[in-house]
Design a protein around this ligand. Structure first.
Ligand code: GLC
Length: 739
């Protein structure tokens, strides 16, 4: 009896495996009809916004699988008809675009969205963005960018969600879910380690030990893949000597074999052909070989696959099966987007999201702003008094600059600037507008004098300063993070009037504004807040909204401290005491008489502002952090202990407000040195004035694990594990704690 049951079970199992999904059947069937040339054509992604005639001819010949930088439903449909109606198999194109933080309606830059610590809000923003982009023919967005960044000199720090793997993972996954819930493919980038570019200089070399790569840089990609990201983009950088486009360890070992991802892997712009200037390949034909052997599946604007793959196959250097697995990924993305059934986009009804965006865009901009200082001047008392407010600074009324970097389709006519927002409110205050400087790099002093003169008539000065949009983003790296132009001189002059100056900073990165923070009565760091920056800042400055942003990245005092991040190692000689600074050193003192620990002679090791920091108009009181072990199998050879970590938080002020409770953990000893603290959870909670809330976090052994490494002669091995060790936990308002 048993034998027949076993046999029928095996038969059913075989049947289920043999029964392919409809998707696989479709893909296999289409693939079986394709010629080698048609397959290679699918692996080619082109930007037909230039050399259009030549590229349209390639589309008609079935030599293009995807187009990007084409906008407008009509134009996308026109090119789509060439692929669907003029090629032998009619395989549709997939149209892609850099939709990074909004489409026509722009949200704060991702670094600002990271400062919201509100993934639900970020997911909703991504959903609304997708609705707008889809109606313009965009089916594939080249975001989220989840490069964990420790170096604010790097221009693309603006595009990510800051320095922490958990915060970045949470935000990246939210964007993936938001886009794909609406039917637009996400593309998690840049895989991997791009943000570790030496010197904070874009595209530069990166050296990242395997354990650090896996503990810090890879988790946000894994989180995005687990959230269902339909595609991944290679990064430009050489990682430990191997550029990502030609890196089988990243693209096959990790992405395919470890993470079991079936997402499409696309190069970055020409990153395949860049292997020649990298010095990896002698020519583009070799570059094509190295990329296909590392399973880079689609070549963005590099033309190396269409130029060389067929020849490499005929020479026996590339198997057609390698090409088939790449084309499967491409057909799978198109199948999942429904392109085979609906290749065209309705041309009549552009989705109008303006009503929903007015509220959501304002809310995201409000929650992305971080209050760094307030001597009580904020919120402005606009209810019962007649205030004379000077609105000044190079970013007070700049529709384009407040959008920030990567806003190809941003509609600047929609921008509401701070000046517009204040002027549109009929309140008891009187607005004086005198920009002082006309753009962030403006060095002319004449305007400053006008602003100073106006300040003398004002009760309070609102100084909107920071960076123009062009000063951050791709290839926009800086070695000096002070306010550009004559803004520091302008702040000196405004402060000298004795009037309270509220500094509102719009920038794509942390700036070294220590002196200005001392001079200001209050500082609100708004990053580039997008289309609704103006209304959001009006609401925050007047108390109609209460600041709830928290820094997603450490703010250094000076560039010389970089890289400076919260989850650092303690070193064997931590600098506990404030070091004797350079001008205090006695002349001629003996070499070891002034102490030696890990510090600099010019500045203490503390940052200007720590990761997770942000003030409110209210105050919060944190109770003791309590820790209960949930499962504790002492006999086990591996750590099976989980923890329930709790703290009661009370709003002890007069404003109802959000607080971001942050859970930090510290492993006191281990197989490898561990960070002095690591963010292991966060909760953004709304607390009415006077109320308390118990905040709880469950920490599992997995949460406390990290990548180990050992070397046996020339062979090294890595593995993920959780040490049996002592852990400390603290629920706190920011990372400036000792654990
Ligand atoms: C750029 C960027 C990448 C972008 C791509 C397409 O060079 O590195 O993030 O998506 O090219 O514009």
């Amino acid at each position: 009896m048993k034998k027949s049951l076993l046999l029928s079970f095996c038969f059913l199992l075989l049947l289920s495996c043999a029964k392919k999904s409809a998707e696989d059947q479709f893909i296999d069937n289409l693939l079986s009809q394709m010629t080698l040339e048609e397959k290679i054509g699918q692996m080619n992604q082109l930007d037909p916004s230039w050399n259009a005639e030549e590229k349209e001819a390639l589309i008609r010949e079935g030599k293009v699988g995807s187009i990007f930088n084409v906008v407008g439903a009509k134009e996308v449909n026109r090119l789509q008809r060439m692929a669907v109606e003029e090629t032998r198999l009619g395989i549709p194109l997939v149209a892609a675009r850099d939709v990074i933080h909004g489409y026509h309606h722009i949200y704060p830059i991702p670094l600002g969205q990271g400062a919201t610590w509100n993934p639900d809000l970020v997911e909703r923003a991504a959903q609304l963005t997708a609705q707008e982009a889809l109606s313009d023919g965009i089916r594939w967005a080249f975001s989220p960018m989840v490069d964990v960044a420790h170096d604010p000199r790097w221009g693309r720090v603006a595009e990510g969600y800051g320095e922490d793997p958990l915060l970045t993972s949470t935000m990246g996954a939210a964007v993936v879910k938001g886009y794909q819930a609406e039917g637009m493919a996400a593309c998690v980038k840049h895989f991997a380690g791009y943000s570790a570019s030496e010197g904070g200089r874009d595209y530069n070399t990166t050296w990242i030990p395997e354990t650090q790569l896996r503990d810090i840089y890879l988790p946000p990609f894994k989180a995005a893949i687990e959230a269902g990201a339909m595609s991944v983009m290679c990064s430009f950088n050489a990682l430990n000597g191997l550029p990502s486009s030609a890196n089988p360890h990243l693209n096959i070992d990790i992405l395919r074999n470890e993470w079991k991802s079936d997402a499409l892997l696309v190069s970055d712009w020409g990153s395949g052909s860049d292997l020649v200037p990298h010095g990896l390949c002698a020519d583009k034909k070799e570059a094509a070989l190295r990329c296909i052997n590392a399973r880079m599946e689609m070549d963005m604007q590099g033309n190396i696959y269409t130029d060389y793959l067929a020849e490499l196959v005929s020479e026996g250097k590339v198997k057609e099966s390698q090409i088939d697995e790449c084309v499967r990924s491409i057909l799978r993305l198109k199948y999942r987007l429904g392109l085979f059934d609906n290749p065209y986009v309705p041309e009549e009804n552009q989705t109008d999201i303006s009503a929903a965006f007015a509220e959501l865009g304002t809310k995201v901009a409000e929650e992305s702003a971080v209050l760094l200082k307030n001597n009580g001047v904020l919120p402005l008392n606009i209810k019962h008094s007649t205030l004379n407010i000077l609105i000044t600074g190079p970013l007070a009324h700049q529709k384009k600059e407040q959008l920030g970097t990567w806003v190809f389709d941003g509609d600047t006519s929609l921008s509401v600037t701070p000046l517009m927002a204040f002027n549109s409110q009929h309140s008891t205050f009187n607005i004086i507008f005198e920009p002082g400087l006309t753009y962030s790099r403006d060095k002319s002093k004449t305007g400053i004098q006008k602003a100073v003169k106006a300040a003398k008539k004002a009760d309070v000065v609102l100084f909107f300063c920071g960076e123009e949009a062009i000063l951050s983003g791709e290839a926009r790296c800086r070695t000096d993070l002070n306010l550009p132009g004559a803004q520091s001189e302008m702040m000196d002059a405004l402060a000298a009037t004795g009037k309270p100056v509220v500094m509102i900073v719009m920038a794509g990165r942390p700036l070294t504004i220590g002196k200005q923070v001392e001079q200001a009565a209050a500082v609100l760091y708004a990053f580039h807040g997008g289309t609704m920056a103006g209304p959001a800042l009006y609401n925050l400055l007047t108390g109609m909204a209460v600041p709830s942003g928290r820094l997603p990245i450490t703010f250094p005092k000076m560039v010389g401290q970089i890289p400076l991040y919260y989850n650092r190692h303690n070193t064997g000689r931590p600098s506990y005491d404030p070091p004797m600074l350079i001008d205090e050193i006695p002349i001629g003192c003996p070499q070891f008489s002034i102490g030696q620990s890990s510090y600099w002679l010019e500045t203490p090791t503390e940052p200007l502002f720590p990761f997770g920091f942000g003030l409110s108009y209210t105050t919060f009181e944190y109770g003791e952090t309590t820790i209960d072990t949930i499962v504790n199998d002492q006999q086990s050879s591996i750590n099976r202990t989980s923890y329930l970590v709790q703290s009661s938080i009370k709003n002890t002020g007069n404003y109802d407000a959000y607080e971001v409770a942050q859970l930090y953990a510290h492993q006191l000893s281990g197989d490898l040195v561990r960070p002095i603290k690591e963010l292991k959870g966060f909760q953004k909670i709304f607390l009415p004035a006077g109320e308390s809330r118990l905040v709880s976090f469950t920490v599992t052994p997995e949460d406390l694990g990290y990548w180990h490494e050992k070397h046996d002669g020339l062979v090294s091995q890595v593995w993920f594990a959780t040490d049996k060790a002592e852990f400390k936990f603290k629920i706190a308002p920011n990372s400036d704690i000792s654990l």
